[in-house]
Design a protein around this ligand. Structure first.
Ligand SMILES: [Fe+2]
Ligand SMILES: [Fe+2]
Length: 189
């Protein structure tokens, strides 16, 4: 699939986890801690496929892209540090909640910047075939990291996809085409 669609699907899956985390925090702290662990796993896979496959593939396309990629790597670094620090704390520690809050703000900013600035430039610089080949490379790296790929969810019925998207608080789900839902939902909630 198109590399940009794959990365946007990852972003929306994580945005859904953020919504659920914020709803659980304070009232159901066991659930909040479980969701935080899922958020960390998702971010680790996503930043890895971007840093090892996507960013190197697009960085030299033009100067503007190069600058945004350089900034993106630094933003990943901030998120990595916050995750490492949060993992050293107990969820009952007030610093844990503060680190999660700042982490969410940083990821929202970074994902928004990728979608609004970086990805449109890449869409212009790479044709459909190149974006789709790059998407295949991202998918195969995901598979090698043990993360679910779109192929793992392709068998799900439309009804099942809609149910998962609703449970997972996927933003924009009601206007998504089937293939976007397939790429976005996690296989189970
Ligand atoms: Fe990124
Ligand atoms: Fe991203």
């Amino acid at each position: 699939m198109d590399a940009l669609e794959l990365l946007i699907a990852d972003h929306n899956r994580v945005r859904g986890l953020f919504t659920r985390f914020q709803a659980a925090e304070g009232s159901n702290d066991g659930e909040a801690a479980r969701l935080a662990a899922t958020i960390f796993e998702e971010l680790e896979v996503h930043t890895k496929i971007e840093e090892e496959v996507f960013y190197p593939a697009v960085s030299s396309l033009n100067d503007e892209i190069h600058d945004l990629v350089t900034e993106g790597i630094e933003e990943h670094h901030v998120v990595d540090s916050l995750m490492a620090e949060a993992k050293e704390l107990e969820p009952s520690d007030e610093a844990w909640a503060a680190k999660l809050k700042v982490l969410i703000e940083n990821v929202e900013h970074h994902a928004g910047e990728e979608e609004e600035e970086l990805f449109p430039l890449v869409r212009k610089a790479l044709d459909d075939k190149a974006r789709s080949d790059l998407g295949e490379r991202l998918e195969s790296m995901k598979a090698s990291l043990g993360a679910p790929t779109a192929a793992d969810k392709a068998h799900l019925s439309t009804e099942e996809l809609n149910r998962l998207a609703r449970e997972q608080e996927i933003p924009g789900r009601s206007s998504m085409k089937r293939e976007e839902l397939v790429a976005t939902v996690a296989p189970s909630s």
